[in-house]
Design a protein around this ligand. Structure first.
Ligand code: 3HC
Length: 700
């Protein structure tokens, strides 16, 4: 390897350059290189000041996340930063791209910072379940004040250079060439006799802080930070920053950082960091696969989902046509879109002008006019195979050659749909998740004949409309719903055993789900679940399966939309329903189901989660998902599973697959083989003492 950090001199200014692609992460050679080069600078009598700059697309984007969880190797980043800061000669950080995490901490160890206007700085460690552990929690409050520093560290959001400049975190904005500008700035500092500014020698400005400050801050983030470990640790660090001398506070930061590093949360969140990048890669569809051009989109079906999809494209400037069956339905569809935009304008998150521009991009039709020149056509009608087949037959006639024909089916066989066209290679599943503006997942379903450029284009378009795409194969329910069915099945069976619906949901919520399984069922619509069950031809032969839901639908209890489902509703708040409990009791009697109302919280979680994990193992064996981590991305982005659990497969690994299998065997004894026989892959991994992660590494 060439030098990842190099030393050169331009007259009286030393230039220390980091070159560690792709993002100049602070791996061991970089830390060593920085230490060596700054020692050389200290010894170099000709050098009056130094500029720290990076090659490639960005300034240092943080510590090397791949090193986490392994024994730390010297020199440790805080040590390098302290050595740099102690230098008697001025050091200037020259920032482009993103100075993140340890990158910003290194820049704060420099005495001054300049940046190009397009740069961003931030401390995103919280997103990895960590805190800025290389003195960042002590330096940022000194630089921009404790409140702004807390906001930046607890949210993890990067700050644009101009804002950072206004806040005092960047001293100089450089228009034009960064290296030239940084050298000129360093020369100016030397000429003006500027001394090294050492943040560690400054105190935190506490003038805006009163005795209630931290308690109020904790309250203000309670909802968004629910369940997460790192935000509270960050607050404790800032408390230390305002109350302890620097050295002691840094020690405290280190202790709290190590607690984060050892936590299951950080392991889960780091796993997701890599999972979200891995899922963008499709082994047989390389990144340079040619893509089709998508300039105009059509959406068939103007319901909530269809309208939401149209909006996603309009938001990024791509015109779309919405097709409905008649004028009335079309008016309603366009009206919902308008209403959604108006609400966003009212909330101040969109300007009226931007809304008008988006609305101008969306047109409507009740026949196929205006669809013949669309490059991408997404069918988003309700879940019925016959209807979808009819639509794809029609699309085959009107769509231009090369148009991508996508179905927003949540369960159905893409190959069967594709077979209704003369161009199955152009057909793919685009499964969006409701609510489309909250859930970032897009399950892309690859049919047997789906062309590679259709996959590549779909992945690229997903990114463009800010969705996280995961490519999956054809089976009933694909990855997400197929695994959600057992989860919901267990919720239903526990209800039949006499466990109150609200208790199941409370335990699931406390475990971290955004909503319990019964609340989700009510939100999706119980009638929708019954329709899905009817379409599910290979469902388990079990009279108890979703039977409570079926009975509720017979009584007109469809969920939130009818203000009664598994729960009663006063407003949107669920209230336990006596009618549901009575139905569950009567059905349990009819089916001879033993009552076990007092099962432990642990059993509730095990039954919900392990049933899901087992299905995930089957999905991997069948090749429906490419990697266990893809499944994790599906659940975090599409189903409200908390990031600190890392997804179902990671959760299984974290618990230990041997423990998962042992619990399953316990339930198998009680309930039989139908649901609780471990999938062969799961059983084998457990027996060999391995994890899904090990399996993924072996099969990469
Ligand atoms: N460590 C190791 N690898 C990293 C990395 C890091 N900090 N940041 C990015 N990478 C890798 C990615 O995994 C990816 O690898 P791949 O090509 O094999 O999939 C590659 O670099 C490119 O990354 P992206 O695909 O994310 O590239 P983008 O251009 O889309 O984004 C970025 C660039 C904004 C820098 C983004 O990568 C990012 O947000 N990185 C993480 C930043 C971060 O969290 N820093 C804090 C680290 S923790 C820390 O510093 C602790 C300290 O306080 C002690």
């Amino acid at each position: 390897m060439g030098d990842v950090v190099s030393y050169s001199r331009e007259g009286e200014i030393a230039v220390i350059t980091v070159n560690n692609p792709p993002v100049n992460a602070l791996s061991l050679p970089v830390r060593k290189g920085l230490q060596d080069c700054f020692r050389q600078f200290a010894q170099d009598a000709e050098a009056k000041a130094a500029v720290l700059i990076c090659d490639g697309r960005t300034f240092i984007a943080g510590a090397d996340i791949t090193e986490f969880g392994k024994p730390p190797e010297d020199p440790w980043l805080p040590k390098v930063i302290h050595e740099m800061e102690a230098c008697e000669k001025v050091i200037v950080a020259a920032i482009h791209g993103t100075a993140l995490g340890g990158g910003l901490e290194t820049a704060m160890g420099c005495h001054y910072r300049c940046a190009v206007p397009s740069a961003q700085i931030g401390l995103p460690e919280v997103t990895l379940g960590l805190l800025p552990g290389a003195t960042g929690t002590q330096r940022l409050p000194r630089l921009i004040g404790p409140k702004a520093a807390l906001d930046a560290m607890v949210s993890g959001r990067p700050m644009p250079a101009k804002k950072a400049h206004a806040a005092g975190a960047i001293d100089e904005l450089v228009e034009g060439d960064l290296k030239e500008g940084a050298i000129a700035y360093a020369k100016k500092l030397v000429a003006n006799g500027a001394k090294p500014r050492r943040l560690s020698e400054e105190s935190v400005d506490t003038s805006d802080i009163d005795e209630h400050f931290f308690a109020e801050y904790r309250n203000s983030i309670a909802r968004q930070a629910r369940g997460f470990f790192a935000p509270e640790q960050i607050i404790k660090c800032v408390e230390a920053a305002v109350s302890l001398p620097y050295e002691e506070a840094v020690k405290r930061e280190n202790e709290l950082f190590m607690e984060c590093m050892m936590s299951s949360h950080s392991a889960a969140q780091r796993h997701l960091f890599f999972a979200e990048r891995a899922c963008q890669k499709v082994l047989d569809v390389p990144a340079d696969t040619p893509k089709r051009e998508v300039k105009k989109v059509a959406v068939i079906g103007g319901g909530t989902m269809g309208g939401g999809i149209g909006m996603k494209f309009a938001n990024v400037g791509i015109p779309g046509v919405l097709k409905e069956i008649n004028d009335e339905a079309l008016e309603r569809g366009l009206g919902i879109i308008r209403g959604n935009y108006e609400n966003t304008v009212k909330k101040g998150r969109l300007s009226q002008e931007a809304m008008d521009q988006c609305m101008d991009l969306i047109s409507g039709t009740v026949d196929y006019q205006g669809i013949d020149d669309c490059d991408l056509i997404i069918e988003a009608v309700f879940e019925n195979m016959a209807l979808k087949k009819e639509i794809f037959g029609e699309l085959d006639k009107v769509a231009k050659k090369g148009a991508i024909l996508a179905s927003n089916t949540s369960t159905l066989d893409i190959d069967e749909i594709a077979a209704c066209t003369s161009r199955p290679e152009d057909v793919i599943g685009w499964h969006f998740f409701a609510p489309a503006n909250v859930m970032t997942l897009l399950e892309l379903v690859r049919g047997k004949q789906t062309a590679k450029d259709v996959i590549a284009t779909s992945m690229a378009m997903a990114k463009k409309i800010r969705k996280t795409a995961v490519l999956v194969g054809v089976c009933f329910g694909f990855v997400g719903n197929r695994m959600f069915f057992p989860y919901q099945r267990e919720a239903g069976l526990m209800m039949l055993e006499g466990v109150p619906a609200d208790r199941i949901d409370k335990v699931a919520y406390e475990w971290g789900w955004a909503m319990g399984p019964n609340g989700v069922a009510d939100l999706s619509g119980l009638d929708v679940l019954v329709k899905v069950k009817n379409e599910w031809t290979e469902r388990p032969d079990d009279p108890a399966l979703w039977v409570v839901i079926e009975k509720l639908v017979e009584k007109g209890r469809m969920g939130q939309k009818t203000k009664a489902g598994i729960f009663d509703y006063s407003g949107r708040a669920p209230v336990p329903s006596a009618e549901t409990a009575a139905i569950a009791k009567a059905e349990a009697e009819r089916l001879g189901i033993e009552q076990r109302p007092d099962i432990s919280d642990e059993e509730i979680i095990e039954r919900l989660m392990y049933s899901m994990i087992n299905e995930g193992a089957l999905i991997l064996e069948e090749g429906i998902a490419m990697r266990p981590s893809d499944i994790d991305v599906v659940f975090v982005h599409g189903y409200g599973m908390p990031r600190y659990r890392g997804g179902p497969m990671h959760y299984g690994d974290a618990v230990g697959l041997d423990k998962v299998v042992a619990a399953m065997e316990k339930y198998r004894q009680r309930y039989g083989d139908m649901y609780w026989k471990p999938a062969p892959l799961l059983a084998k991994l457990a027996k060999d003492g391995k994890s899904f992660d090990d399996w993924a590494a072996e099969n990469a």
